[in-house]
Design a protein around this ligand. Structure first.
Ligand SMILES: C[S@@+](CC[C@H](N)C(=O)[O-])C[C@H]1O[C@@H](n2cnc3c(N)ncnc32)[C@H](O)[C@@H]1O
Length: 206
């Protein structure tokens, strides 16, 4: 299967994979069928750790089964809890947080992620990121409620302090209206400080 630039999930994986290495730690905010958790668990290896959240037991059972099949269950903690509880359940800084919003494929399409809880969770996630850590989020404007959720995420991300975070949005331009959107957040305080001071020294401004 071609997993090139046409796959929003692949784009989020690429962005996160760059900072997530062996021994690292990550959160899968929406475990679902477990494919994203599997990706994260592979990246961190047996010496790292992944925390995966989902509100549905069915999703966590599927995720666990997939991880077992690949011999990766030991490096993953599964929480049957909303990702908005991330700050209560994950104690130490992480390298990456991944979101794949919407409903469980093959499950109940009315049980979806919601703007209020997604934003509460993102607030916790940005605090949880270690220096240089990244959040990758894939949103789906095509299902009922999805567009409002994507807009809420974009508004939240756009409001992050640019001295502390780099934020980008990727749109699949030649795809149908309502194509998935990718929002990427990087804790970049160190970089941005040095960038700004270089610019100031050179007398340039944005
Ligand atoms: C698109 S699916 C995730 C796909 C998954 N990452 C995969 O690789 O298969 C979205 C998931 O978010 C879950 N979800 C909904 N609200 C949630 C919440 N507040 N916290 C955590 N997960 C939630 C749903 O139950 C669903 O399984």
């Amino acid at each position: 299967m071609n997993k090139g630039l046409g796959s929003a999930v692949h784009l989020a994986h690429m962005f996160i994979g760059e900072v997530l290495t062996r021994g690292g730690s990550a959160v899968d905010a929406t475990a679902g069928n477990g494919y994203d958790t599997l990706f994260l668990a592979r990246r961190v290896g047996p010496s790292g750790h992944v925390y995966a959240f989902d509100v549905q037991k069915q999703a966590l059972l599927k995720t666990h089964k997939l991880l077992e099949k690949h011999g990766l269950a030991r490096q993953v903690t599964l929480f049957q809890a909303g990702h908005e509880e991330m700050d209560r359940l994950v104690y130490s800084p992480v390298d990456a947080v991944l979101y794949n919003l919407g409903y469980l494929p093959g499950g109940d399409h009315t049980l979806i992620t919601r703007p209020e809880t997604t934003i509460a969770s993102l607030r916790a996630a940005v605090k949880l990121l270690r220096r240089g850590g990244r959040i990758g989020l894939v949103g789906y404007p095509g299902h009922p409620g999805g567009e409002a959720e994507c807009n809420a995420v974009i508004q939240f991300a756009a409001g992050l302090d640019r001295a502390l975070y780099n934020v980008i949005k990727i749109s699949l331009l030649n795809r149908a209206v309502n194509a998935p959107e990718v929002i990427l957040i990087e804790e970049g305080s160190g970089n941005n400080e040095s960038k700004e001071s270089t610019q100031n020294a050179g007398g340039t401004s944005e």
